[in-house]
Ligand binder design. Structure first.
Ligand SMILES: Nc1ncnc2c1ncn2[C@@H]1O[C@H](COP(=O)(O)OP(=O)(O)OP(=O)(O)O)[C@@H](O)[C@H]1O
Ligand SMILES: O=P(O)(O)OC[C@H]1O[C@H](OP(=O)(O)OP(=O)(O)O)[C@H](O)[C@@H]1O
Ligand SMILES: O=C(O)c1cccnc1
Length: 493
């Protein structure tokens, strides 16, 4: 197969776990396929021990749902699947049914760049059971990864305290799609640019970069290499100074910087990619200032993450721009988010919604039943708590008690003084029709920063953050408790 020749062959409908298709077949066989259901996509813990998470991936989800259809190749593949006894897995009428299936659900979601917390639905899908089920794996695949990377990027950018962060991860990312999605999510999380040119082309992200050691090594001397680069890119000269001897490299950069200045151009700066970055960046700053280049930037790279950047800041390193690759795009310290997609309600034969709960030994794994909305309460421009409530109870009261979904002894009263309320779930599709205009990626990035400013700094610190309160409205909490007792048959004991 040629990967450059349309790997996905125009359809992502089979980007799913086999069990979604076997369940789909069984729903169809048992006459349940069109029964209406509600599923929620949510996670149970912020990644990286962070105090917050940044939602990302919605534009991919929109595209996935909009183009959801089994094409001829997909249907041929499914119709040829055989059981061990040689019979077909899926009968012809089911293949026919799949061939006509289009996305007709309602879908609500938090917008990309929104700060979100555990238990809150990021996406809610309402529609025929079979469709909701068939979306599960792809929606999780898309949302888990981009949300994870956007959060990591937001942490790295937070550590850089306003300095530019360049995403350099392509070479170490998890494959082709992982790299592209990571570049997109890193930009949403706050990176200024990517080295990934294809991500630049596909998503409209600014591309940027310096040069590699190989450029220097291809010449007899570093100085020759710098001069040649300056001839080729007089506007874009960031000289990589650590190939042989960093201090000598800075001297050479200064010499070529003076040459550029004579031609009316300014060198952009130097990059340091090894050794003690605090020590060498301070030396570089001193030498550049003394030589009359106070505007020249010091770029640093080499296995950076939010913790090393924080340490380098504390050491008063003179670094202006941070190149961050591997540890960002691979989410090195936590490679998966762990969001799940759970059935929350199903419509019975009389047209009534029946809330559904999965009972687990671990209370963190008990889902939240019903059709929800999520309200963010704020006071004087600062978020104070999020409440998950039944949609029918939305905005009915002035005073609420929210109850922690894991520890019911943790409660918070929300009263009239918190007058600002934001509804987090936005309508994206209605009956399969897109009713949302996805913002440009620059706007999403701005949304992330605006959202983050809305939260107290205690929730944003990188280590041991203050936990932001998210709770269930009392009636919803009671509904869940009653259902758990019912499913555990407590009443009969
Ligand atoms: N002053 C510093 N404080 C904390 N961490 C630092 C400091 N300077 C560099 N680092 C980090 O320490 C690690 C150094 O790793 P390593 O020893 O592999 O690099 P190196 O000595 O420069 O060698 P290489 O050329 O193989 O990259 C990197 O993650 C780098 O970002
Ligand atoms: O360190 P990261 O955060 O992943 O940033 C990207 C790294 O990629 C390049 O290194 P390269 O692959 O040329 O090898 P190197 O590690 O030997 O410098 C660059 O010089 C950075 O060090
Ligand atoms: O442009 C750079 O400096 C760059 C790009 C990718 C990886 N490392 C560095």
């Amino acid at each position: 197969m040629k990967i450059t020749k349309d790997l996905y062959q125009g359809s992502l409908a089979l980007l799913t776990d086999f069990y979604q298709l076997t369940m789909a077949y069984a729903y169809w066989k048992s006459g349940k396929a069109e029964q209406e259901a509600i599923f929620n996509l949510f996670f149970r813990k912020n990644p990286f021990q962070s105090g917050f998470t940044i939602a990302a991936g919605l534009e991919y989800v929109i595209d996935f749902c909009n183009s959801f259809a089994f094409n001829k190749g997909d249907l041929d593949y499914l119709s040829e699947m055989k059981n061990s006894d040689g019979t077909v897995v899926f009968e012809t009428d089911f293949i026919e049914y799949l061939s006509e299936m289009r996305f007709t659900c309602d879908l609500e979601a938090v917008e990309e760049g929104t700060v979100i917390f555990p238990h809150t639905p990021l996406i809610k899908v309402k529609g025929p059971l079979i469709q909701c089920q068939l979306l599960e794996t792809a929606l999780l695949n898309i949302t888990n990864f981009q949300t994870l990377i956007a959060t990591k990027a937001a942490r790295v950018v937070f550590a850089a305290k306003g300095d530019a962060v360049l995403e350099f991860g392509l070479r170490r990312a998890q494959g082709i799609d992982g790299a592209l999605a990571a570049s997109r999510a890193s930009f949403i999380g706050g990176c200024s640019a990517t080295s990934n040119v294809m991500a630049g082309k596909l998503f409209g992200i600014p591309v940027s970069g310096t040069h590699a050691h190989s450029w220097i090594m291809s010449f007899d001397t570093e100085l020759e290499a710098f001069y040649a680069y300056a001839e080729a890119f007089p506007e874009k000269c960031v000289f990589l100074v650590d190939t042989y001897d960093t201090i000598n490299g800075i001297k050479n950069a200064i010499e070529v910087g003076k040459f550029l200045r004579e031609k009316g151009k300014e060198m952009v700066g130097v990059r340091i990619d090894s050794g003690d970055l605090a020590y060498y960046s301070n030396i570089a700053r001193e030498m550049l200032d003394e030589a009359g280049f106070p505007e020249a930037k010091v770029v640093a790279s080499n296995d950076l993450d939010e913790h090393i950047i924080t340490s380098l800041k504390a050491q008063e390193a003179s670094i202006d721009v941070w190149g961050v690759g591997t540890k960002l795009v691979t989410a090195y310290d936590q490679p998966a988010l762990g969001a799940v997609y759970k059935l929350a309600a199903i419509k019975d034969q009389n047209g009534n919604w029946e809330p559904k709960v999965k009972v687990s030994q671990q209370s963190i794994k008990i889902n939240i039943p019903g059709d929800h909305d999520v309200i963010r309460f704020s006071k004087n421009g600062k978020a104070v708590a999020d409440m998950i409530c039944l949609k029918e109870d939305l905005a009915k009261k002035n005073t609420y008690t929210i109850i922690d979904p894991i520890d019911p002894t943790k409660r918070k009263k929300i009263n009239g003084e918190y007058i600002e309320q934001t509804i987090l779930l936005k309508s994206i599709f209605e009956n399969g029709t897109l009713v949302y205009d996805p913002p440009a990626i620059e706007k999403i990035k701005e949304n992330t920063q605006k959202n983050l400013q809305f939260f107290d700094k205690t929730h944003k610190r990188l280590v041991n953050p203050h936990i932001y309160p998210v709770g269930l409205e009392e009636k919803l909490y009671q509904l869940r408790t009653d259902l758990v007792f019912k499913m555990k048959n407590y009443d009969n004991e």
